[in-house]
Design a protein around this ligand. Structure first.
Ligand SMILES: Cc1ncc(COP(=O)(O)O)c(C=O)c1O
Length: 405
C-alpha cells in the first residue's frame, strides 16, 4: 500500500500507545498501574458542567466562529490580563481543539519547508513530530550535564539562518522543572534580537509547587503584542483537569492569529461548541478548583519523591511544577524503552521511556494519579529492579516472586 513517506515517518504517540497497552492488559484482568498518562484524576469543575449542560439543553449546538465563541475569547482575554498583565484584543486570540492543535496549527502557520525550530531536551514528545509534520526540522539543544536545563549559549549556537522559532515549556513536561527567570529573560532577548518566534507552551503554568512561579515570557519584553514575537499557548486540559473537552488557545500578534484561523477553518472549522462553553464556565467560575488540584498534585509530588528515595541508585530531580518526574535509571538499564517494557511485563507498571523525550536512560513517571497508585507503582519498580528489596511482592492477591536478580 502506498502511503505518504512523511506520514509514515511520524512516530506513534508513546504515551497514548502505552495507555492503550495498559487498557488491554486491564481488560484481561491484569492489575496494571499507569504512571504513564498525564491526566489529573479530578472531576470536571462544576461551573464547566453547568455551563455545558445548560447550552446542551437548549439544543442549539452549531458551528461557532473558527477562532472561537466571542464569549470564550472574552474569558481568555480576562485570563490573559489576570495571569500575564497583558491586555489583548479578540483578534489576538484563537481557540483550538486542545493546546496540541494550537501548537500544530501555529507551526503550520509559521514554518516554510526546512525551517528549523529549536527544542530543549527534555522536550514534550509531540514537538519534534509536529515540527516535522509541517515540513520543518527540529533542532535539539541538550541540557547542561547533570541538569534538565540548557545553557543559553548552547541555544545561541544552535541558531542558523533557517531558525524560525524556539519552543519553551515551563513548567516542563517531562522534567517538572521551571526555567529560571534569568534564563527566560535571556531567551526572550535572544529571540527578539534574532527575530525568532518564541512559542511559550504554558499549559502547566498554574500547576507550580512550594510557592514558586513560572516566569512568563511576556514579563521580559517591552514590546506590545503586535510587535512582539512571543506567542502563548494554553488550555484547560491540565489546569482544570478537563482533558476530554479538548479546548486550548493561542494568544499572539493578529497577523499570526489571522493565518492560523484560516488554517483551522480549512481543517476543523471550529472546536466543539459544547466544549467551548464548558471552557468558558471553567475560566469564569470559581478558581478554587485549580488551587485544589494544584495542592493535590503537590502532595502527590511529595509522595513520589519520598517513595523514589527508597529505590537504590536512582536519582530524581525534584519537580517544581507540572505532574511529571524524570528519574535517571541508567544504573539499571541504559535503554529506557527496554526498561519500560520490562517494568510493564514484570511489574505491571506503565512508565514512559525517556528516549521519547530526548533523555535516554530516564523514565518519565506521571504523578497525576492517586497516592495509592503512586506508592504501589514505585514499590513494584523497586521490587523489579532493586536487589535490596524483598524477593516477593503481592499484586492484588497474587504473590509474585522475583527470579531475575
Ligand atoms: C507540554 C504539553 N503541551 C501541550 C499538551 C497538549 O494539551 P491538550 O490536551 O490541551 O492538547 C500537553 C499534553 O500532554 C503537554 O504536555
Amino acid at each position: 500500500m502506498s502511503l505518504s513517506r512523511l506520514a509514515l515517518s511520524i512516530a506513534e504517540s508513546p504515551t497514548l500507545k502505552l495507555n492503550e497497552e495498559a487498557r488491554i492488559l486491564r481488560s484481561q484482568g491484569q492489575d496494571v498501574i499507569n504512571l504513564g498518562i498525564g491526566e489529573p484524576k479530578n472531576r470536571t469543575p462544576i461551573p464547566a458542567i453547568l455551563s455545558a449542560t445548560s447550552r446542551l439543553s437548549t439544543g442549539d449546538v452549531k458551528y461557532t466562529p473558527t477562532d472561537g465563541l466571542p464569549t470564550l475569547k472574552k474569558a481568555i482575554i480576562g485570563y490573559t490580563e489576570e495571569n500575564y498583565g497583558r491586555v489583548v484584543r479578540p483578534e489576538n486570540v484563537v481557540v483550538t481543539a486542545g493546546a496540541k492543535q494550537a501548537i500544530h496549527s501555529l507551526l503550520f502557520t509559521l514554518l516554510d519547508p526546512h525551517d528549523e525550530v529549536i527544542l530543549m531536551a527534555p522536550y514534550w514528545v509531540s514537538y519534534p513530530e509536529m515540527v516535522r509534520m509541517v515540513g520543518g526540522v527540529p533542532v535539539i539543544v541538550m541540557p547542561e550535564e547533570g541538569t534538565f536545563l540548557p545553557r543559553l549559549q548552547d541555544i545561541k549556537r544552535a541558531i542558523t539562518s533557517r531558525t524560525k522559532a524556539v519552543i519553551l515549556n515551563s513548567p516542563n513536561n517531562p522534567s517538572g522543572m521551571i526555567f529560571p527567570e534569568e534564563f527566560v529573560a535571556g531567551l526572550v532577548e535572544l529571540c527578539e534580537r534574532k527575530d525568532l518566534y518564541l512559542i511559550a507552551d504554558d499549559i502547566y503554568h498554574k500547576l507550580v509547587f512550594d510557592g514558586q512561579r513560572a516566569a512568563p515570557a511576556y514579563g521580559f519584553t517591552p514590546k506590545d503584542i503586535e510587535s512582539s514575537r512571543i506567542i502563548v499557548v494554553n488550555g484547560i486540559s491540565k489546569t482544570y483537569g478537563m482533558t476530554g473537552f479538548r479546548i486550548g488557545w493561542a494568544v499572539g500578534p493578529r497577523a499570526v492569529v489571522k493565518v492560523m484561523t484560516n488554517v483551522l477553518a480549512q481543517t476543523t472549522s471550529c472546536a466543539s461548541a459544547i466544549s467551548q462553553v464548558a471552557a468558558e464556565g471553567a475560566l469564569t467560575g470559581s478558581q478554587s478548583y485549580v488551587e485544589s488540584l494544584r495542592v493535590t498534585i503537590q502532595n502527590n509530588r511529595d509522595v513520589v519523591m519520598q517513595e523514589l528515595t527508597g529505590v537504590s541508585s536512582v536519582c530524581t530531580a525534584r519537580p517544581q511544577g507540572a505532574f511529571y518526574c524524570l528519574p535517571d535509571f541508567r544504573h539499571y538499564n541504559q535503554d529506557s524503552a527496554a526498561l519500560a517494557s520490562f517494568l510493564l511485563k514484570k511489574a505491571l507498571v506503565v512508565t514512559v521511556p525517556g528516549k521519547d523525550f530526548g533523555m535516554e536512560g530516564h523514565l518519565r513517571l506521571s504523578f497525576s494519579g492517586s497516592v495509592k497508585d503512586l506508592t504501589e507503582g514505585v514499590a513494584r519498580i523497586k521490587w523489579a529492579l532493586d536487589p535490596n528489596s524483598p524477593n516477593e511482592i503481592y499484586i492484588g492477591d497474587r504473590q509474585l516472586v522475583r527470579d531475575w536478580l
